[in-house]
Design a protein. Structure first.
Length: 342
């Protein structure tokens, strides 16, 4: 007698195992959606991290490139110092003299511009930058050069940059480069050593943006210290240095700084990334925001402790709790033309 399949227990078991119940399908779907959501969240996080990292890397690469360019030019500063009589009509002493000028100090006081930060420096260097094409074959022509940090909008940029990115306001490292055709430093020298309060050789030209360009964006601080041996032989570091002195330079004996380039410049640059700059700019409504406490970097002898205080201050998110991604660049630049003597 043949047994029907309907009564075969093995066949019944196989039928029960050949599919899933609705509850099982719903549970499996929920697990799949959970895994998909977690995967998408992870991908989004990684994409955002990579984008932010690329933005920071781009910003800091620009800052590093500007830092290296600035330091290379600083090392080329010249003064062409020579010895001359203190008074040609009644000579009594030899004095150092120079028609050129090297000045370092507060950006606000030297440039006369608003919304500046840290140091500014102006000097002459043989960069052979000219406007006249016929002069391009001349080598070692002198230019007046300067560096300073300022918060500026696209309206403050040269015309050829005004319609380019970034079009919003930002802290920027500016480079002033006066063509050899327009060199005006000789106009402030009357044939005798002069006091160093006449800065017309660069101040008047700063408003001519054809002589200035942005070296890097999102630079919030430039600090430069002049390092040299004082009259007592002890090493000195100062945020302020003027090769023509701060008083009449025909006095004898002259101060060691007069008409001499500092042998060493200690340069510090602080940059923030683009994302941080965008958030801080939005918070400030395009107005100049300050990440720097006003009581720091007043005394070069306290530089290291001030730098630590600055790092702590920025890490504390002083502006609305916005996290700040920043990087500090430091180096010592030897001024190759410095012929230092006491």
């Amino acid at each position: 007698m043949r047994c029907g399949s309907a009564n075969n227990p093995r066949v019944e078991a196989a039928r029960r195992l050949s599919g899933f119940t609705l509850v099982e399908l719903m549970a499996a779907g929920a697990v799949f959606l959970l895994i998909l959501a977690l995967t998408l969240t992870l991908i989004s996080f990684l994409t955002r991290s990579i984008t932010q990292g690329a933005s920071s890397l781009s910003t800091f690469q620009e800052a590093r490139s500007a830092f290296e360019t600035m330091n290379r030019i600083l090392s080329q500063a010249v003064l062409n110092t020579y010895w001359d009589y203190d008074d040609p009509a009644a000579p009594a002493n030899y004095l150092r003299a120079s028609e050129l000028h090297f000045v370092l100090g507060s950006s606000a006081s030297l440039t006369g511009l608003t919304d500046t930060a840290g140091s500014a420096i102006f000097f002459q260097a043989p960069l052979s930058h000219v406007r006249q094409p016929t002069w391009k074959s001349q080598s070692d022509l002198l230019n007046t050069v300067g560096f300073y940090v300022r918060y500026s909008s696209s309206a403050d940029l040269p015309e050829f940059l005004a319609d380019k990115k970034p079009q919003s306001a930002a802290w920027r490292l500016w480079m002033f480069l006066q063509p050899a055709d327009d060199l005006s430093v000789y106009e402030t020298f009357s044939g005798r050593p002069q006091a160093g309060t006449d800065f017309s050789w660069f101040q008047g030209a700063l408003t001519d943006l054809s002589h200035s360009h942005v070296l890097a964006n999102n630079i919030i601080l430039l600090l430069i210290r002049a390092g040299y041996a004082g009259a007592d032989g002890q090493r000195k570091e100062r945020y302020v240095y003027n090769s023509r002195g701060i008083s009449e330079t025909s006095l004898f004996p002259q101060a060691v700084e007069v008409h001499q380039l500092p042998p060493e410049l200690l340069v510090t640059l602080v940059a923030i990334d683009q994302r941080t700059a965008d958030r801080l700019r939005e918070r400030s409504g395009n107005s100049a925001y300050q990440l720097l406490p006003p009581d720091l970097f007043l005394n070069a002898a306290e530089y290291q402790s001030d730098l630590r205080s600055l790092e702590e201050h920025i890490n504390d998110r002083p502006l609305g709790g916005i996290p700040v991604a920043f990087r500090i660049f430091e180096t010592a630049v030897n001024v190759s033309s410095s012929k230092w003597s006491r």
